[in-house]
Write a protein of this length. Structure first.
Lengths: 184, 311
């Protein structure tokens, strides 16, 4: 930790603690699972950045979606995201969550994940190397510093938009809305 | 003096417990040839958890974790940290009663969360604590019989004049037994069955987020402190260091140096436990129970018989 960060720590400890302690839920849907074990174990050691995998979404504040998102797994992703306590950040890993990637013409793969849950940052590539996770994390630090990693606020404000997209895809959803409508 | 000690000794315990969590992660990383997180990483995690929104599953869910934390805080007050001991009455009897309050509170709040993983974790936690409490009771009994007192302060004072308990041949077997059950008290491998994050999604704390998670981390730190401090107080002579500090006795430096020596002894014991944690895999719960009810119980029972015969 830098010595010149002490004033930042005193000014806003919650924000700085959110920066330097990422408890991650890995949602490994495709080939992205291959890149995660080397990045959290001895070779690349994500723990020196304060990144540690946790077992339940309740304890997490970073949601890493690696690989393509099929229609079936999107349900689990939405439910996991809604169970995480705020503030929470989402990073999509690989080119598949951005625009479908090599599954661009597949009938049951989600082309753009951003329509269903808010994504704070993307790491492009097919596949990105584990170093790219760390570059992505340092970029997320900058975004948190500038208050631009506001995906959870967008989800709260534009919940009707996201819920509408989810219902359009799945038909009737079998869980109640997370936030109540503002009008009713 | 006593009023100040009531505030200072939980503070020392909290800081030391968080420091122990930090060095355990750092040492584990270094043993695996990693760089590892900074030592204050658990403190950062706790600050983050406090700042996060927490989801409650009812009033009992909040009450249980508070009860668990309170139980650990109360135990600290019965514990002589160096020469600092706010509550001198009670002694080892208080520990026999209050050691189960931590698991009990955690079980209350885990049970109300209705998560199947936490139910499994709770049943494991109770089985584990019931199986390490039997050898612990036998160890306490033999220590109380040998020294003829239940007061921890008196036990430390007798050791200051007659040498460490683990050095005397009568109490070496209870000492070994307590060292064997120490990983189970601390919740590290090979007895990491309760918070097995790969198996049961971190067990009783599976539904804890935000402030509840922070409280459970603090409770874990305090519980670790209690387990280690009991070992140091009963068997490693508390604040004594072979009579080297006797020329300072009566001054304030004596108290401060006593606390530092006490914490250093605890650190040494804890680092040995971390080495054990690093090289062993995890037992299954029935293997852990078999082990705990077989070897430490046998050793401490033989130790008790020897103590009764010698006395």
């Amino acid at each position: 930790m830098d010595r010149n960060q002490i004033s930042k720590w005193l000014k806003n400890p919650a924000k700085m603690a959110n920066k330097y302690s990422f408890h991650v839920v890995y949602f490994c849907t495709g080939c992205g699972i291959i890149e995660i074990p080397p990045s959290i174990t001895t070779r690349w050691d994500a723990e020196r950045f304060g990144i540690i995998p946790v077992a339940t979404p309740r304890q997490a504040n970073l949601f890493l979606i690696t690989g393509y998102v099929s229609t079936k797994t999107l349900k689990a992703i939405i439910r996991t995201y809604e169970q995480m306590p705020e503030p929470k950040y989402t990073v999509a890993f690989g080119s598949c969550p951005i625009n479908g990637g090599m599954y661009y013409d597949s009938y049951n793969t989600i082309k753009s994940l951003d329509k269903f849950i808010p994504v704070d940052g993307y790491i492009a590539g097919c596949m990105p190397r584990p170093e790219a996770i760390f570059i992505g994390v340092t970029h997320l630090w900058k975004l948190i510093d500038m208050d631009k990693a506001d995906g959870y606020k967008r989800y709260r404000e534009d919940y009707e938009f996201y819920r509408e997209n989810q219902e359009q895809l799945f038909g009737e959803l079998d869980w109640p809305p997370l936030f109540q409508n503002k009008e009713s | 003096m006593n009023i100040i000690a009531i505030f200072i000794s939980p503070l020392i315990a909290l800081i030391t417990g968080m420091f122990f969590l930090g060095i355990s992660r750092k040492i584990m990383a270094r043993l695996q040839w990693r760089y590892g997180p900074p030592v204050i990483q658990p403190v950062i995690d706790v600050i983050r958890s406090f700042s996060q929104m927490s989801i409650s599953h009812g009033s009992l869910f909040d009450f249980g974790i508070i009860l668990s934390l309170t139980g650990s805080f109360v135990l600290i007050l019965f514990l002589p940290i160096g020469e600092l001991c706010p509550l001198t009455s009670g002694g080892l009897i208080a520990f026999i009663y209050l050691m189960l309050l931590g698991p009990f509170g955690l079980a209350l709040s885990g049970a109300i969360a209705a998560n199947p993983n936490s139910s499994i974790g709770i049943s494991r936690k109770f089985l584990l604590s019931l199986s390490y409490e039997i050898p612990m009771l036998l160890v306490f009994l033999s220590v109380m019989t040998y020294y003829g007192t239940i007061s921890l302060v008196d036990i430390v004072k007798i050791q200051a004049s007659s040498g460490w308990a683990i050095g005397s041949w009568t109490l070496v077997l209870p000492g070994i037994a307590y060292f064997l059950i120490l990983p189970a008290i601390l919740g590290v491998r090979p007895f990491e069955v309760v918070k097995a994050s790969q198996e049961i999604s971190s067990g009783p704390i599976a539904e804890f987020g935000g402030k509840h998670l922070a409280f459970s981390t603090l409770q874990h730190a305090l519980h670790m402190f209690v387990g280690l401090a009991l070992f140091v107080d009963i068997f490693l002579g508390g604040w004594t260091l072979f009579g080297l500090l006797d020329f300072l006795s009566g001054t304030a430096w004596f108290v401060i140096l006593g606390i530092i020596i006490f914490l250093l002894k605890m650190t040494v014991v804890f680092v040995i436990e971390i080495f054990i944690n690093a090289v062993y895999p995890r037992y299954r719960i029935e293997q852990a129970m078999n082990y705990l009810l077989k070897w430490p119980t046998l050793i401490s029972f033989i130790g008790l018989i020897i103590v009764v015969l010698v006395k």
